[in-house]
Design a protein around this ligand. Sequence first.
Ligand SMILES: O=C(O)CCC(=O)C(=O)O
Ligand SMILES: [Fe+2]
Length: 214
Amino acid sequence: MALDISESRLDELLDALVEQGWYEWPDAIDHDLCQTLLAEVSDYEEEGELQRAGIGRGDDHQLNQTVRRDKIRWLDGSTEAQILYLQQMAELQYQLNRALFLGLFEYECHFALYNQGDFYKKHLDSFRGRANRMITTVLYLNPDWQPQWGGELVLYAEDTDRKIALIAPEMGKLAIFMSEQIPHEVLVTQQPRVSIAGWFRCNNSIAGLIDPAI
Ligand SMILES: O=C(O)CCC(=O)C(=O)O
Ligand SMILES: [Fe+2]
């Protein structure tokens, strides 16, 4: 199951990334694959194999909880569905590199579960010159998402509080945006909200450290 990306879709995606820094792609990923990935997250949740996410400032649990409330698990390619999804992101990486010369060399991603009442406050995924996350992808795994459940991804203009997009977390949809440019937040959700957040990275060297952990 290859990534179903037509020439015109690719052009639209590339133009949007260059001109506005983000792109919303409904039904990017096959719903059967999404259902399988969703079932994996349910199993992980039941077995207590999802972990509270951090915010990169040590282990201050209370601070973390005021910023983000999701639980995560990194994909490790241990199931067929994960391998299929990672292959599709590899295809996307190839296309992005071919067109935009970004030098993306790696992709990392984690499942995320936001239970009722959970959110992720406004943040940037990467800071210019500091880190090496270049492009963020978020795949949503929620069938029949209802507007009254909230849980939208809000994108903001760089350096202002102006909202530029409100993206409902609907199954199969990919949100793609420039990690260093687009501040964003996840609004409080009224229902469990499942996604796969991922990052294409380039190979930066900071203060002599090759590819430091963020
Ligand atoms: O789930 C989303 O819509 C965005 C998640 C996010 O911003 C992140 O994990 O950094
Ligand atoms: Fe983020």
